[in-house]
Design a protein around this ligand. Structure first.
Ligand SMILES: CC(C)(COP(=O)(O)OP(=O)(O)OC[C@H]1O[C@@H](n2cnc3c(N)ncnc32)[C@H](O)[C@@H]1OP(=O)(O)O)[C@@H](O)C(=O)NCCC(=O)NCCS
Length: 333
């Protein structure tokens, strides 16, 4: 169907309520942290953007907010009145926003869309928009607490230190239906280690090893007393366990984790049991591990189920609040 005749113009202050009503009807006001009236005012006062609207018979039937950040044009609040969809209005609004950008010499227009909003993604693809493999990182500047891993970003991290001094009676249970292979990377290349560390640790804010340059990282992970065991699931790296044997008689399970795509298939207990078997084969006097509130909430109970006992607990400011936290002293052994 083609667009019904619609008048296109920039919104003025008096349009505010009608525009916000349309945004509400289109389901765009789901995040209570976004104040649509403030957004409407800010873009118009910024000098870098505007709200465009389409009117039919005096009613606002479609909108788009367009602006630029000094580099690229952006679109927000694209909405067509629910009973006017699939008649070309959405396309008209996007083209109007593109014209606005083109007129200012901007080479590209882009937008953020929730990955669950498949309808909008389908619509944009129909109009020639492509997915860009980018990650969006953000930080709130208004002190609104945000959940990071298992905790709020305004709370201290709690690190729990655990140990076991006797070989536990553990059974290694292989999850059924998966082709699992456990291989020691001996030694891992730096690139492979960096890949694994990110693949497994990214959701849990593992950053310590990312701060090391290649030489420093190689000195640690290629040390013969540091053992890296990689679990492959149907040929794909699905997780790893790293045993550090550099202290006499003590083995630290320094990193342990399953990549997000493989969580929930019983691989954690399988890998942990395997790592403990290997560790105890060296007959240490003590095995240690630590976990913090950024980690998966099931990590601590799993370690305890396998025989680790907490022996110390430390609260530290989160790393984004204190740069040197990782270098802080470990609790006395
Ligand atoms: C997304 C939205 C603006 C589309 O508006 P619309 O007026 O229905 O879109 P149009 O009629 O201009 O459609 C343009 C083209 O996209 C296609 N299209 C529309 N919705 C689509 C969908 N869900 N999947 C695939 N294609 C779609 C249309 O078929 C049309 O293609 P055609 O001309 O070849 O037939 C509207 O659905 C809406 O307001 N959604 C809610 C708000 C929203 O999610 N906004 C985006 C936030 S990022």
């Amino acid at each position: 169907m083609t667009a019904q005749p619609a008048t296109l113009r920039e919104a003025v202050a008096a349009d505010r309520e009608a525009v916000i009503a349309l945004w509400r009807a289109a389901g765009l006001l789901v995040n209570p942290l976004n104040d649509p009236a403030a957004d409407f005012a800010l873009v118009r006062e910024s000098g870098h953007g505007t709200v465009l609207l389409a009117e039919q018979a005096g009613a606002v039937v479609a909108t788009v907010m367009v602006g630029h950040d000094g580099h690229r044009a952006w679109m927000w609040y694209l909405a067509t009145c629910p009973d006017k969809r699939k008649r070309g209005l959405g396309r008209v609004m996007v083209h109007a926003a593109e014209d606005w950008a083109r007129a200012r010499g901007l080479p590209k227009v882009q937008l953020l869309v929730r990955d669950s909003n498949l309808a909008a993604i389908g619509f944009y693809q129909r109009l020639g928009y492509v997915h860009e493999p980018r990650e969006v990182l953000s930080r709130r500047l208004d002190n609104w607490p945000v959940k990071l891993g298992g905790q709020r970003d305004d709370e201290p991290l709690v690190i729990t230190y655990l140990e076991m001094t006797e070989r536990p009676a553990i059974r290694r249970i292989e999850p059924p239906g998966l082709k699992l292979t456990l291989l020691r990377a001996n030694p891992p290349t730096v690139a492979f280690y960096r890949y694994l560390y990110d693949a497994v640790g990214r959701p849990w804010y593992w950053t310590d090893r990312k701060k090391l340059d290649d030489a420093a990282l190689a000195a640690t992970v290629q040390n013969p007393k540091v053992e890296l065991y990689v679990l492959y699931c149907d040929g794909v790296p699905a997780g790893y366990a790293e045993l550090d044997r550099r202290r006499d008689g003590v083995i630290d399970l320094v990193y342990f984790g399953i990549a997000p795509e493989f969580i929930g298939r019983g691989l954690g207990p399988f890998l942990l049991a395997s790592a403990l078997e290997t560790a105890w084969s060296y007959a240490p006097s003590r095995l240690t591990v630590n976990t913090c509130t950024l980690d998966h909430p099931r990590a601590l109970p799993m370690y305890q189920r396998f025989g680790f006992r907490p022996y110390a607990r430390r609260e530290v400011p989160p790393p984004w609040a204190r740069a040197d936290w990782a270098a802080g002293p470990r609790p006395a052994d």
